[in-house]
Design a protein around this ligand. Structure first.
Ligand code: ZN
Length: 120
């Protein structure tokens, strides 16, 4: 989900209360000297596995080098590499193991995304 702006209007001011809500762009103020709260709620990161290469370890297990690309809600991006070991007993569900590890890495990386809204 994308980030969005919230206009939190003072309930005692009819013009401000009337425009309270969520907006994709920063909302303007309905009148001069308006002191209502306008704030940005960051969206979620998008991420995907951009690269994955597996190597047999000789004992039935595999080691995968996995590249994960993260797109921050404000437009920035980054990539992280994770090394994933798939045990011999998990080889049939290796893609699940990789996606779990990638999701964990993406979650960590998303914490590093700048909190600023786009074009702020
Ligand atoms: Zn106001």
């Amino acid at each position: 989900m994308d980030g969005y702006w919230v206009f939190s209007g003072n309930a005692e001011c009819a013009s401000c209360a009337g425009v309270s809500g969520e907006y994709p762009e920063r909302p303007g103020r309905p009148h001069e000297n308006c002191a209502c709260d306008i704030y940005y709620v960051p969206g979620d990161c998008e991420w995907y596995v951009s690269d994955s290469q597996g190597y047999p370890n000789g004992d039935g297990s595999f080691t995968f080098d996995v590249g994960v690309t993260i797109e921050c809600p404000n437009g920035g991006g980054q990539s992280v590499d994770v090394t994933v070991t798939v045990e011999a007993g998990d080889v049939e569900i290796f893609d699940e193991v990789i996606m779990d590890a990638a999701a964990e890495a993406a979650y960590q990386a998303c914490q590093e995304c700048p909190p600023e809204p786009p074009n702020a």
